[in-house]
Design a protein around this ligand. Structure first.
Ligand code: PXL
Length: 278
């Protein structure tokens, strides 16, 4: 069985980061090891939250894992609590990366044109350095704009602009870049990717639902990472992640009692599993 380690916070309520990565990647038939970078009562889009930083646990866990000889087919990082934590996670990648390890970095730090609570320009700079180590990075358009120092233009991007952004993202050092939240018309939403080795671009779309939900970026990145580890190429992986994320949104809209803070990713798991069997 393939094994992924995912390194991100655990928001105890909120359906994001580890509480979606763990079930989604497990459902895809992949063992999922975790390093929680922080424990929050709930994610930071709520008015209040508690935050226990676990930075000082990362190196002891890594030392113990090296003694045990654990290896990983992929290292997938998400929300980080601080620049110091990013440096330690960067060392983790150096210690555990082997020839075929897929390193996926989701620079989860911003959405809708704004940085999440507590993040600064200096943090963005640290995230650029972490992204330079990745095989694949998965920013949304807000995160890409912060990392490339570009104005965020909402839904108003042409295909040429998206291609330029994707290419410039790989100039920071990753082999491939994936952009989420891409739309060229009001009926379709999806993502686009660039492979710097081949110079090829890819894009996949699904229905555009006129609602914004929290946590879709983490769901997308988890499904895409699982798909890559299951042997899909980047085109297939972004296609599966787009379709699964759209299905999560559809299920949430259908559920009249859906909670505002996350999507009904659970109801869409059968679709994800079926697609892997196909
Ligand atoms: O979904 C990204 C995310 C992850 N973790 C925490 C967050 C957020 C977004 O707000 O607050 C703690």
């Amino acid at each position: 069985m393939k094994r992924i380690v995912t390194i991100q916070d655990i928001s105890c309520v909120g359906k994001c980061s580890l509480t979606v990565a763990l079930p989604i990647i497990s459902a895809m038939g992949i063992e999922t090891a975790v390093i929680p970078t922080a424990v929050l009562s709930n994610h930071t889009a709520f008015k209040g939250f508690t935050f226990l930083d676990l930075t000082d646990q990362i190196n002891p866990i890594s030392d113990q894992w090296q003694k045990e000889g654990f290896t990983f087919d992929a290292i997938y990082t998400g929300y980080m609590g601080s620049a110091e934590q990013i440096e330690i996670v960067s060392d983790f990648i150096d210690r555990f990366r082997r020839e075929n390890t897929i390193v996926v970095v989701d620079p989860a730090m911003a959405d809708n044109g704004e940085l999440y609570k507590g993040f600064t320009k200096e943090f963005v700079q640290s995230m650029r350095v972490l992204c330079s180590k990745a095989d694949v990075i998965v920013p949304n358009l807000t995160e890409a704009s912060f990392m490339l120092d570009l104005p965020f233009k909402g839904d108003d991007y042409s295909k040429d602009e998206i291609h330029k952004i994707l290419k410039n993202l790989t100039s920071m050092g990753s082999k491939k870049s994936v952009l989420t939240g891409v739309s060229y018309d009001k009926n379709q939403l999806g993502s686009a990717a660039y492979d710097s080795a081949s110079g090829r671009y890819y894009e996949r779309f699904n229905k555009w639902y006129p609602v914004k939900f929290h946590g879709t970026g983490d769901i997308y990145a988890s499904a895409m990472t699982g798909a890559l580890v299951n042997g899909m190429n980047i085109d297939e992986a972004i296609g599966l992640a787009v379709d699964y994320t759209a299905e999560c949104v559809r299920c949430s809209i259908e559920d009249k009692e859906h909670r505002w803070y996350g999507v009904n990713f659970e109801s869409a798991i059968p679709m994800l599993v079926k697609r892997l069997e196909a």
